[in-house]
Design a protein around this ligand. Structure first.
Ligand SMILES: NC(=O)C1=CN([C@@H]2O[C@H](COP(=O)(O)OP(=O)(O)OC[C@H]3O[C@@H](n4cnc5c(N)ncnc54)[C@H](OP(=O)(O)O)[C@@H]3O)[C@@H](O)[C@H]2O)C=CC1
Ligand SMILES: O=C(O)C1=N[C@H](C(=O)O)C[C@H](O)C1
Length: 250
């Protein structure tokens, strides 16, 4: 029996790639392509069991609530989530009408990026300094990337667990923000460049040495195995799952 899938943001860069991947995947059946202006309700979702959201940060949370209300499990790749919005999804999933429903939200579905984040978190405790540089296509609407935010949070958590203090930094004068965004104490730098797709470097430094962990998505194809895996698995994980790590046993 195939899993019926709806794609939200179906006309976008990721949504259109996801539509093709779902059409080609064994055991998945693409039943609805929704984009801006389309209501997200049972009628328009056309019997979908899983809705996949690759839209824009401003609307993704509302889409997920609507898809849950329409009886779907949801896989989300859109950025813009934080602890408060995760909390509202958890609360929604505890309501009687939504119990048993599942939502999986991942900042990055590419295997190389998921592994880079995991390796960086593992390495973080051994280095005095840590910074994140993310590099993307110039059509991206948000900065820093969701992946960079998640990476910085994981670096910070690993450092704190290991008892490390703040990263060394003598900067006192920086009127234009040249040191980048600071997320949980980790500096994050965003590059937007024609020709790029999605890339990230985590640089970790000690006296006399540096470890660089780099992930490159040259093509949106790189995200598809992770998205297809999430569509297949989400229904067996009721509640909210954040990140692909759990599905990969990392
Ligand atoms: N987790 C991951 O692995 C990845 C995540 N992303 C993230 O996915 C998101 C989408 O990226 P990308 O495809 O490049 O962006 P695009 O701008 O190419 O696509 C977004 C699409 O969503 C549509 N849209 C806007 N509002 C709604 C709505 N209310 N309901 C349904 N559709 C809507 C847009 O329509 P219109 O243009 O008409 O407004 C557009 O077609 C971003 O947040 C990005 O960071 C990207 C790559 C990988
Ligand atoms: O907008 C993109 O392209 C990407 N967005 C995600 C993010 O913000 O982390 C994932 C990937 O970096 C591509």
């Amino acid at each position: 029996m195939s899993i019926r899938v709806a794609v939200l943001g179906a006309a976008g860069r990721m949504g259109s790639t996801v539509c093709r991947a779902v059409e080609q995947a064994e055991g998945l059946d693409l039943v609805a392509r929704l984009d801006a202006g389309d209501p997200i309700d049972a009628e328009h979702l056309r019997g979908a069991q899983v809705a996949v959201d690759f839209t824009v940060p401003d609307v993704t949370e509302a889409n997920v609530h609507a898809a849950i209300d329409a009886g779907c499990d949801v896989v989300v790749g859109t950025t813009g989530w934080d602890e408060e919005s995760y909390g509202r999804i958890r609360t929604h999933l505890e309501q009687p009408g939504a119990r048993g429903r599942a939502v999986l939200i991942a900042p990055n579905f590419a295997l190389s990026a998921v592994l880079a984040m995991s390796l960086a978190a593992k390495a973080a405790r051994y280095f005095e300094s840590a910074e994140v540089i993310e590099l993307h296509h110039p059509g991206k609407v948000d900065a820093p990337s969701g992946t960079a935010v998640a990476t910085a949070q994981r670096l910070a958590a690993a450092r704190s667990e290991a008892g490390l203090g703040p990263v060394p930094d003598a900067t006192q004068v920086d009127p234009d923000g040249a040191r980048g965004a600071v997320i949980d104490g980790i500096h994050v730098h965003a590059v937007r460049l024609r020709g790029l797709t999605a890339h990230e470097e985590v640089v970790l430094g000690n006296p006399g040495e540096q470890l660089t962990i780099r992930t490159d998505s040259f093509d949106r194809e790189s995200f598809m195995p992770g998205v297809v895996l999430a569509v297949r698995e989400v229904g067996s994980r009721p509640g909210l799952t954040i990140g692909l790590d759990a599905l990969l046993d990392l």
